[in-house]
Write a protein that binds this ligand. Structure first.
Ligand SMILES: Nc1ncnc2c1ncn2[C@@H]1O[C@H](COP(=O)(O)OP(=O)(O)O)[C@@H](O)[C@H]1O
Ligand SMILES: [Mg+2]
Length: 228
């Protein structure tokens, strides 16, 4: 299995506090992995480094075998926009933009023509059950639908990796199940999905559970491959 992303001996210090300690983690193509741990254990900090949103204090990050040089910030930004799709607890949709325009943003940023971006965005919204609502603004749809738009946006540039930080943290159980079904489906299509959650029952649908405590990985559990 080819490795999508690898962290080698990553530590992160903020002032006097070490919030990530000697993290080693390899994620293979197609894995569906959950990261769990109490609040403050470093889950988000770890995701920020995996997603090239933050720079470690020491250690190395490899994406598809290529070592990341943290001094090349514009290259990293480009890389991030093309290779990773992010979903957060809060959707961060642009309020003034329609759903279609929100999903178009990463594609337009990547240099895709507006016409192509429009077509692809409409397909993605359709795929996520939002066909017919393209022209609405984020405030004109429900919270569960907003999160699905955020997922559509994350998929815009066909990322190699979907990185989700408590994507269901703000949703009721019905919408949580819908979002989990979407991640499951993406996994079945071969996408690599990393999801942080503190809901233990959600980890049961993934194939690998990484447990964190006090900035360290305390357990890395491979479950049997199954249909999520
Ligand atoms: N920018 C920051 N400045 C200071 N401390 C931070 C910062 N970001 C995170 N931390 C600290 O790092 C630890 C891990 O935080 P975080 O990664 O957000 O944990 P989790 O996502 O598991 O709740 C916490 O103790 C938090 O207070
Ligand atoms: Mg967090």
């Amino acid at each position: 299995m080819s490795i999508v992303i690898q962290l080698r001996d990553i530590s992160k210090k903020i002032r006097d506090e070490t919030i990530l300690k000697n993290i080693n983690l390899s994620i293979s193509k197609g894995e569906f992995i959950s990261i769990i741990g109490p609040s403050g254990s470093g889950k988000s900090s770890l995701l920020y480094i995996l997603g090239l949103l933050d720079i470690p204090s020491s250690g190395e990050v490899y994406v598809e075998g290529e070592k990341i040089e943290f001094t090349e910030s514009s290259k990293i930004a480009h890389f991030r926009n093309l290779k990773f799709g992010f979903v957060f607890q809060f959707h961060y949709l642009i309020a003034e933009f329609s759903l279609l325009e929100n999903v178009m943003v990463p594609m337009v940023k990547a240099g895709i023509s507006r016409e192509d971006a429009k077509e692809k965005a409409a397909l993605l919204l359709q795929k996520l059950g939002l066909g017919g609502k393209e022209k609405r603004k984020p405030f004109q749809i429900s919270g569960g639908e907003q999160q699905r738009v955020a997922i559509a946006r994350a998929l815009a540039n066909d990322p190699i990796l979907i990185i989700a930080d408590e994507p269901t943290g703000n949703l009721d159980s019905k919408n949580t199940a819908i979002v989990m079904d979407i991640f499951c489906k993406l996994h079945m299509e071969g996408k690599t999905v990393i999801m942080v959650t503190h809901e233990i029952e959600l980890t049961e649908r993934t194939e690998r559970i990484v447990k964190m405590l006090d900035g360290k990985i305390i357990e890395d559990l491979e479950l049997s491959k199954k249909k999520c």
